[in-house]
Design a protein around this ligand. Structure first.
Ligand SMILES: Nc1ncnc2c1ncn2[C@@H]1O[C@H](COP(=O)(O)OP(=O)(O)OP(=O)(O)O)[C@@H](O)[C@H]1O
Length: 249
């Protein structure tokens, strides 16, 4: 396999990603040859119509799924050559996740959920860093609550803190505001933006929401398994217009 020649500022690089589900006449081409570099310290949004390949791309970039062909490197490591153990370790050491439905463990307190990735990795939490992350997401007064005692927005704050606490090379957010009302969405988006600006946290966010994508430094548009537009910072209005344009292709 050829190693990816990635630009030095890229944390994640993909070359010629193809993902096909099934074979023959019924095969679905979820990705048709996507190449992309995700720059360090930036917030990249991924948009596109339903079924355009956003989740497939994110899962492959995050090492949760393998491409049919093509290469991915994360933090300088070509992940195609890794066995399951090495891949699990790479995800633990380099990747943070935020999901639409929070995915917190119900029997653990907010604080226990936040430090769980560090515990699983066998590393001792750096108390000052944990405190900084907890402060930055505004959870100090809620640390001893369990998820069922927290609002949706507070649960997502816990999930953001959990993703940030291990200082991942890249944080992937899959529809992070998809289950929140618009005010709470705004708070979570501000938090994600702060994580990029204050902590330098490289972030990739898949979203259907043009207001969410409007906080990004870059907005990628997928249509039918290809990146068809690649915009810099854009208003929600511009993003919606582009989405309509690519949806009509
Ligand atoms: N496990 C699977 N088996 C077969 N086809 C799949 C599978 N997962 C995804 N697909 C197909 O691949 C294509 C891309 O799906 P994907 O979930 O990546 O799109 P998406 O842009 O994330 O969609 P949405 O916005 O609705 O979440 C779709 O046609 C989908 O039906």
């Amino acid at each position: 396999m050829t190693a990816i020649i990635a630009p030095p500022e890229a944390v994640v690089s993909a070359r010629d990603l193809v993902r096909r589900y099934g074979d023959g006449d019924t095969a679905v081409h979820a990705l048709r040859g996507v190449s992309v570099d995700i720059a360090r310290g930036r917030l990249t949004a991924v948009m596109g119509p339903s079924g355009s390949g956003k989740s497939t791309l994110m899962h492959i970039l995050a090492g949760l799924d393998s491409p049919t062909s093509g290469e991915v490197s994360v933090a300088g490591v070509d992940i195609g050559g890794l066995d399951d153990t090495a891949l699990t370790q790479l995800r633990r050491d380099h990747i943070g996740f935020i999901f639409q439905f929070f995915n917190l463990l119900p029997m653990l307190t907010a604080e226990e959920n936040i430090v769980l990735p560090l515990k699983l990795a066998g590393s001792k939490p750096d108390a000052a860093w944990v405190q900084r992350v907890v402060d930055s997401v505004g959870l100090t007064a809620r640390l001893n609550h369990r998820p069922s005692e927290l609002s949706g927005g507070q649960q997502q704050r816990v999930a953001v803190a959990r993703a940030l606490v291990s200082r991942p090379s890249v944080m992937f957010a899959d529809e992070p505001t998809g289950n929140l009302d618009s005010r709470t969405s705004g708070e979570i988006l501000a938090l994600l933006r702060d994580a990029v600006d204050m902590l330098g946290q490289t972030t990739v966010m898949v979203t259907h929401d043009a207001h969410a994508a409007a906080i990004a430094d870059r907005v990628l548009f997928l249509a039918d398994g290809d990146i068809v537009r690649d915009l810099g910072p854009s208003s929600a209005h511009e993003i919606l217009a582009t989405l309509e344009e690519v949806s009509g292709r």
